[in-house]
Write a protein that binds this ligand. Structure first.
Ligand SMILES: [Zn+2]
Length: 238
């Protein structure tokens, strides 16, 4: 039976398996659900699929290795995957580290758009390194979060920052984990803000953005059942 018959008026992202559906169809939906969990949502998965397209065709090998991050262990692996992060934060951080986000400079290079202008500062052209964190808005947000967490780190140079995260932030103590979580939370929220400004014409002020990121970090931290001492430490920052 062709898949259109299963989909009827539903789209592939929302349809659920029903009694009587074929084994193959149920397997396809299971794979879809696993990918959605791994990527942290439909939009993230769609973006990953887009990033694996060459000449409008999905490169299955690229998609497979993208969805199997543990097959390659690189220096930043722990920063991205083995911390207290939300899956959607880890996923966007992973795309960022790999420079796979569909930033405007990439789209411009492929002739998809005519100009590249950062939506956060209306200034320089939008590249991964500009967004994280050369841009004056993201720079302000990153330093605001670092200051809140009482970390001395202030550099906004992406490669220096990632190098520091990969080689110097190796401890397993809770404060080290929070540093990794902070990077993922800031990158995710900056990217979300950029998308909201670009596609929904909605702006959050930098202070509000900082507040939202603090809340993300706090909630994830408290949900991780911290010790009484760690709990007291994080609450003392509020
Ligand atoms: Zn900017």
């Amino acid at each position: 039976m062709p898949h259109e018959n299963y989909l009827k008026n539903n789209n592939i992202w929302q349809v659920n398996a029903k009694k009587g559906d074929s084994w193959m169809w149920k397997q396809l939906l299971k794979v879809r659900d696993k990918c959605l969990v791994l990527c942290g949502g439909i939009e993230n998965l769609k973006q990953l699929i887009n990033s694996c397209c060459v000449n409008s065709k999905v490169q299955i090998s690229g998609l497979y290795s993208s969805l199997s991050p543990s097959t390659t262990h690189v220096a930043w692996h722990d920063t991205v995957w083995e911390n207290l992060c939300y899956p959607k934060h880890s996923f966007i951080l992973w795309l960022t580290v790999n420079d796979k986000l569909q930033t405007q400079d990439r789209l411009l290079k492929h002739g998809i758009i005519q100009a590249s202008v950062c939506k956060l500062c209306d200034g320089t052209s939008e590249s991964r390194n500009h967004l994280f964190f050369e841009c004056k808005l993201s720079n302000f947000v990153w330093n605001g979060i670092m200051e809140w967490l009482k970390f001395k780190w202030r550099s906004c140079d992406w490669s220096a920052l990632l190098n520091w995260y990969s080689f110097r932030l190796r401890g397993k103590c809770i404060k080290q984990k929070i540093k990794s979580m902070a990077l993922a939370a800031v990158v995710y929220n900056i990217w979300r803000e950029r998308n909201n400004r670009m596609f929904k014409l909605k702006n959050r002020a930098p202070d509000v953005l900082i507040k939202n990121i603090k809340m993300d970090i706090l909630v994830a931290f408290l949900n991780g059942s911290p010790s009484a001492e760690d709990r007291e430490w994080i609450l003392s920052l509020c």
